[in-house]
Write a protein that binds this ligand. Structure first.
Ligand SMILES: NC(=O)c1ccc[n+]([C@@H]2O[C@H](COP(=O)([O-])OP(=O)(O)OC[C@H]3O[C@@H](n4cnc5c(N)ncnc54)[C@H](O)[C@@H]3O)[C@@H](O)[C@H]2O)c1
Length: 336
């Protein structure tokens, strides 16, 4: 049993703690949060100890690995501390909001044999990964186009947006990662278009956007389109389409159940999509812990690595440059 501690007991940390606790090959060895009541409440719910400090977690001989689900600006520090203490790491996205900080962290942990897995949970989604496997098996011939639709069900609170680091680094980072995962090739050019369509006032106040479209192209000419919205009134919209010379694969949205209703005024109405990421990607969040345990116990390579996290941030930076300068940007302009 892999003894894991969850750092951060907020929205996603609570879910991770519950998932680790019920995982057949992992044990929740405790939790830690700077905000003691949050840690105490999750510790009580899971029947585990709340550590008094992060230092105590890293010094503990009873901890094999940490799952970092704290606020984004703490991730790089905690990765470095964990590796220095000999603990394996599963870290939520993004590694950091600043590419220089990510590069400094990469330099510090260089050469470590300890697994570091990034929380790009969508790679572990059964539908998305089946689509990729089918594509790799040649079912659609040569891949030409990838279309990623990722729309949230509602605008987050202002306080969240103030700290999130911008739509591209906070939200699209998942899609930049998925684009690389599906294209199986690095995008070399990016074009971004974005506005505050949902709340123009908030957009002006925070200099933030809430609706965006991106076009990416790889060296061999494969194309990818990503579209994002912070508010799709019909629910959390998560679709991935792969189009090739012999067909198309679609990993579609999911509903809580498949009941369809028919009446005199409507046909085929069904339940709304699963509400948000905690519901839609529940299996993926469990599978990423599975993958992590394999990394630690069997020496498997993380499906989503630190370098994948760095590459996704590079695409976000290229997209911001494109948005600012209103032009197609070469990824090499930001990655050096
Ligand atoms: N993979 C996904 O789909 C996904 C979804 C949501 C959030 N996230 C990521 O997970 C992280 C947490 O997001 P959230 O929505 O749970 O945020 P949250 O604000 O609900 O929770 C963050 C928690 O971290 C704690 N914290 C802050 N600084 C700390 C420190 N130095 N040490 C210990 N605890 C500290 C806070 O007290 C809080 O309880 C973010 O990096 C976010 O980008 C990923």
């Amino acid at each position: 049993m892999l003894r894991m501690v969850v750092l951060g007991c907020g929205r996603i940390g609570q879910m991770h703690a519950a998932n680790v606790a019920r995982h057949p090959r992992a044990t929740l060895a405790g939790v830690y949060d700077l905000h003691q009541p949050s840690a105490d409440s999750v510790a009580a719910a899971q029947g585990v100890r709340a550590f008094a400090s992060a230092e105590d977690v890293f010094a503990s001989p009873d901890v094999d690995a940490v799952l970092i689900a704290t606020a984004t600006p703490t991730h790089a520090d905690y990765i470095e501390m964990a590796i220095a203490a000999g603990k394996a790491v599963l870290c939520e996205k993004p590694i950091d909001l600043n590419l220089n900080r990510v590069n400094a962290c990469a330099a510090k942990i260089k050469g470590t044999k300890l697994p570091i897995q990034l929380g790009f949970n969508r790679r572990y989604d059964p539908g998305h990964s089946a689509a990729r496997a089918a594509m790799l098996a040649g079912e659609i011939g040569d891949l030409h186009q990838v279309i990623i639709t990722s729309r949230d069900p509602g605008l987050p609170p202002k306080a969240y947006l103030e700290a999130a680091g911008g739509l591209f680094r906070d939200m699209t980072i998942h899609d930049f990662d998925l684009a690389r995962f599906m294209l199986v090739e690095e995008p070399i050019e990016v074009f971004a278009l974005a506005n505050a369509l949902i709340d123009p006032a908030l957009g002006q106040e925070l200099n933030e956007v809430d609706s965006a479209m991106f076009v990416l192209r790889t060296a061999s000419g494969k194309q990818c389109h990503i579209n994002n919205s912070r508010t799709a009134v019909y629910g959390y919209d998560q679709r991935v389409e792969l189009m090739g010379t012999k067909g198309m694969l679609l990993s579609d949205n999911r509903k809580p159940h498949e009941l369809r209703r028919y009446s005199a005024t409507t046909t085929e109405t069904s339940a709304p999509y699963q509400f948000f990421f905690l519901e839609r990607y529940l299996e993926a969040f469990m599978a990423e812990i599975d993958g992590f345990v394999d990394c630690v116990e069997k020496g498997a390579k993380p499906l989503a690595s630190f370098e994948d996290g760095r590459r996704a941030l590079i695409l976000a930076e290229a997209a911001y440059l494109s948005l600012r300068e209103r032009r197609l940007v070469k990824v090499s302009e930001v990655s050096g």
